[in-house]
Design a protein around this ligand. Sequence first.
Ligand code: 8OZ
Length: 369
Amino acid sequence: MTSLFDPMPLGILHLPNRVVMAPLTRNRAPDAIPTALMAEYYAQRASAGLLITEATAISAQGQGYADVPGLYGVEQLDGWKRVTEAVHARKGRIFVQLWHVGRVSHLDLQPDGQKPVAPSAITARTKTYLIKNGVGSFVPTSEPRALLSEELPGIVHDYRHAARHALSTAGFDGVEVHGANGYLLDQFLKTGANRRADDYGGSIENRARLMLEVMRAVVGEVGGARTGLRISPVTPANDIDDENPQALFEYLMKQLAPMGLAYLHVIEGATGGPRDIADRPFDYRAMRETYRAAGGKGAWMVNNGYDKVLAERALAEGADLVAFGKLFIANPDLVQRLRNDAPLNPPDKATFYGGGAHGYTDYPALRAA
Ligand code: 8OZ
């Protein structure tokens, strides 16, 4: 039976185990530039089968929170280069998560204080995070404006451009497109946020169009073997919902299958919360079977609230990789701890977002035996 500690090929990479570090927003990149402390944090976790970075903005317009990193400026790319070098020096593998927040943003975070952009001018009933005079606070997101259809090729271009520089300039091993958690691509997908009357709204085919254009562009740039996609079919995160997610995601599976992706990364249930949501049922196995039946190869990565027992059960039931979030915040050597059934450090919520080394790089590893 497959164990979490069995190796597996991933695209052109060889993963020494199936324990993946999930993307985790930590708000420690002032001016959107990755720091030396971030390099240390990721390098500490390099024994993961794969590291996926925190969500990283592909453009200034794609920014939605204070002190999250970007991937569109020279200093940002240089900062990430130091991160990838530190991870590779420890023999790790690292993908960067490509992010456009869409409407989950604030006037204060947008270029020239403009409105955030979205499929439709519907405000998300959610909060974002601002830092003013050194003090962080959660504030309601601003009212967005609907993107013109003429603007969409520019957004696809921004993803393509970010993917190219992620590999060629910043030295990442691959990219994960953030298609989850109520951000731009998820907003286009789902009826709760998309009321468009053009080719990008209405039918499932139309709502999926932007995500598929982005995926084809990114795969065209860096290759399917270096590309993953994260989805969250039923999460309510950031005020998102869809009237028929099963049909929507099965359509997506059939379209994604021929792209030769390295992996699909599926958040099961409510992001960071319950895996089962009473009024949002979803059949994940059926979605995977649709993907495989359509010829979809690559790894099936699962995420949300996994521990070792649940993870090994998921592998026995057909998953290939398991992404751990909060456990990786608190345990830099999570792979070794899971392998040895060693005690786990508990994560400290108070230091998840913002701050410095405390609650970031100061969680202890087990002492070498
Ligand atoms: C927590 C806080 C801010 C952003 C996501 C990128 O949910 C995030 C995020 C999580 O995908």
